[in-house]
Design a protein around this ligand. Structure first.
Ligand code: ADP
Ligand code: MG
Length: 694
């Protein structure tokens, strides 16, 4: 037997079971079986008495007898129950799914052991789907007993826990010497790891909980280590191999603007970030930088100044946004900032007219146009630049890798890349997954900005909320009402939105109300936006289309309806639409009276903090990392054991270890590191699907 042997040839499996296991669990080799980890363990030495049971949800083993079996029918569902007794008491065993065969085979009035999780209901303990072992057959082994992830389909066909335990026990007996080390001695010593062989033996059949912990730590370390190694190598490779246009000059465009047209003093954070960008672009290596900054931290100005540096070096820039509204806003903002200069900016989106496109194409190719702002329309092949030197991408996780690759191809030497995101990424995520990017953070808000006051209100408070809005409008402010529009229930949401609009219009009949939602045509959206932005409408009723980037500094109140239906990061993004001017701003989260625990946590987090990083960390704990990164990337962070929330210490440790190794041995060519290199090439190379930007 080798690690590559097909499970079909493993004793006790055979072709038929092999096929089933492959289909249901995706396991086809001995190695896959080794990597099929138990989900929990039972301590076989510990036998509880019924009278001792105290806590629910605990894995326990009991010894006793089944005295009675009964099938119970409620409505259309049936369940099987059995009375289980020992000398201290009686409890129910319950099966919600079972076969006739099973019902008949339950051992009555014989000494048995039962294993499983106990449930407490109405002060009565019960055990759903217990595993049963008859006493004389009980194995004599005092290791912890592994429980493997299983399914009804497998159990029905005899592939139960017992089956997997036997198979894995045999494998662990037969092949320990085939399990080869993948970490060098010096790391194993430094971290006091078990050998790889002992790690596997103890993950399947732990000697005790201490050994289980050790095995678990090592497997997590391995996962984090080899995953991050890929990024480490890539970053290194990038730094040494990937050519870019050096921008050595800071010239007239930048200096003139900085001295004469800058409408405010830059924050220290903006200055620092600009310096980091400038250092990158000086070099003949493509810049790949992620600019993180909370909503309202002033990323647009940094983007503009960066584009001016590109111009000073004779290059064109483009700036790409995920939606038409956002592109339009960027365009308006940049055009406004550049109004007293002769720098040419144009906007290209899906709804640009053919005549405009023609001009844009011509001016891009002649080099006359220096800055192009737009949506993914910029990616079209027809859009060719004379000398594209810089591409700025706003709200990065909405663009796919393939789309970005198109941007690189727009110049012989790829343009410098600045990715801007207002969705702060939890530090552990940024650390592990953007390790091929350099990260700059704007961690400071422009001075004079007052933190937004956020409150939670319910239906009964609606009159007060409306009165509050009215008072703010009287002071000259504007108000947003935001309604959820979530795809699965789009029709219903649409109806709610329209009812909401009616209601707001009636309640605020003395004011102008405008509306913005995703079903409107681009020019209708523009009209609505302008109506609000110019102050003609005091109130905007909208869906989450305003989530990204909309900038109306005079709007100081946002009322979010059915706030419990929004995710945390979405609430935070929405809230960022107010608090953009000098006035005190407010965000009012309207919810129904009944809230789930999770919704309550979200609402509470929002009322307690304005810090995007804190919010993103809570969000990751609630939703898991895959969702945080957006649907495009979810699934790529499927670690078997590593938990990005709980294992941040391990992630940090591995990151440091990798940095240290690559610093002295960037090619992993030293004898002691070959073991890492070979394992990486065999199992990980080319498999890191994301974080990929160049
Ligand atoms: P975001 O990071 O969300 O894209 P913006 O770039 O839209 O933020 O900036 C938000 C607002 O803050 C804009 O109105 C902008 O003009 C203003 N702003 C940016 N930087 C500063 C600064 N240093 N001082 C004062 N106001 C600033
Ligand atoms: Mg912005």
């Amino acid at each position: 037997m080798t690690l590559e042997t097909s499970i079909e040839y493993v004793k006790g499996i055979g072709p038929e079971k092999a096929k089933l296991i492959k289909n249901v669990l995706g396991i086809s080799t001995v190695e896959d079986l080794l990597n099929f980890y138990p989900i929990r363990y039972l301590d076989k030495n510990k036998v509880y008495k019924v009278a001792q049971l105290q806590e629910s949800n605990l894995d326990v083993q009991l010894k006793g007898k089944i005295t009675q079996v009964q099938e119970i029918q409620t409505g259309r569902t049936k369940r099987l129950t059995a009375k289980f007794s020992d000398d201290t008491g009686t409890m129910d065993l319950v099966w919600f799914q079972y076969s006739k065969w099973m019902k008949e085979q339950l051992p009555l009035n014989r000494e048995i052991y039962i294993f499983g999780k106990i449930n407490l209901f109405n002060k009565q303990f019960s055990m759903p789907h217990p595993e049963i072992e008859i006493e004389e057959k009980k194995e004599n082994d005092n290791r912890l007993r592994p429980i493997y992830p299983s399914s009804e389909k497998l159990t029905k066909r005899g592939l139960n826990q017992k089956f997997f335990q036997t198979i894995l026990r045999n494998i662990c007996k037969e092949i320990p010497n085939l399990i080869q080390e993948n970490l060098p001695d010096y790391l194993i010593k430094a971290f006091k790891f078990l050998s790889r062989k002992n790690t596997y033996l103890n993950i399947h059949f732990p000697k005790n909980t201490e050994y289980y912990e050790k095995a678990d730590q090592r497997l997590k370390f391995e996962e984090s280590f080899f995953f991050q190694l890929g990024y480490g190598l890539k970053k290194l490779h990038h730094k040494t191999q990937s050519f870019g246009n050096p921008f050595p000059i800071v010239g007239d465009y930048f200096t003139h603007f900085y001295e004469h047209h800058l409408p405010f003093e830059l924050t220290n954070a903006q200055k620092r970030v600009l310096k980091e960008i400038r250092q990158d672009m000086k070099k003949p290596i493509q810049m790949n930088r992620l600019l993180q900054g909370d909503v309202g931290s002033g990323k647009t100005m940094v983007a503009l100044l960066t584009m001016l540096i590109a111009m000073d070096n004779g290059f064109q820039s483009c700036m790409m946004a995920p939606t038409e509204i956002l592109a339009q806003q960027h365009y308006n903002g940049i055009k406004d900032l550049l109004k007293d200069t002769d720098i040419k900016v144009r906007l290209l989106t899906g709804s640009s007219k053919a005549s405009e496109r023609k001009i844009i194409h011509e001016e891009l190719e002649s080099g006359e146009l220096s800055i192009l702002v737009g949506t993914h329309a910029i990616l079209e092949d027809k859009v060719r630049f004379k000398k594209l030197g810089l591409a700025i991408i706003d709200e990065q996780h909405r663009f796919g890798v393939a789309q970005r690759a198109k941007l690189w191809a727009k110049n012989k030497i790829p343009p410098h890349i600045l990715v801007m995101t207002a969705t702060p990424i939890p530090r552990t995520l940024a650390m592990s997954f953007y390790s091929d990017l350099d990260v700059s953070v704007i961690d400071e808000m422009p001075i004079g900005r007052k933190p937004i006051i956020t409150a939670h209100r319910r239906e009964k408070d609606r009159v007060f909320v409306y009165n509050f809005c009215r008072d703010e409008i009287k002071k000259g402010r504007q108000v947003y009402f935001v309604y959820p529009l979530i795809e699965e229930s789009e029709t219903l949401d649409y109806k709610n939105l329209m009812e909401g609009l009616d209601h707001v219009m009636q309640s605020f009949s003395d004011y102008n109300v405008t509306m913005l939602h995703g079903r409107m045509k681009p020019d209708e959206k523009d009209t609505a936006m302008n109506y609000f932005a110019s102050g003609k409408a005091e109130i905007m009723v909208a869906t989450t289309v305003i989530e990204v980037g909309v900038n109306v500094p005079n709007a100081s109140v946002m009322v979010i309806e059915s706030a419990e239906r929004f995710g945390l990061s979405q609430l935070h993004q929405l809230r960022g639409r107010v608090g953009r001017g000098a006035e005190q701003s407010y965000c009012i989260l309207m919810t129904s009276d009944k809230l789930s625990t999770e919704s309550r946590t979200r609402i509470k987090t929002m009322t307690e903090t304005n810090d995007g990083f804190k919010i993103s960390e809570v969000d990751m704990q609630l939703r898991g990392p895959g969702d945080i990164l957006g649907t495009q990337q979810s699934g790529v962070v499927d670690f078997k054991r590593l938990d990005l929330v709980q294992d941040s210490a391990i992630i940090k440790t591995t990151k440091n270890a990798i940095e240290k190794i690559l610093e002295t041995d960037p090619m992993l060519s030293r004898a002691e590191n070959l073991i890492i290199k070979n394992y990486y090439i065999k199992y990980y190379k080319g498999k890191n699907k994301w974080g990929k930007i160049s």
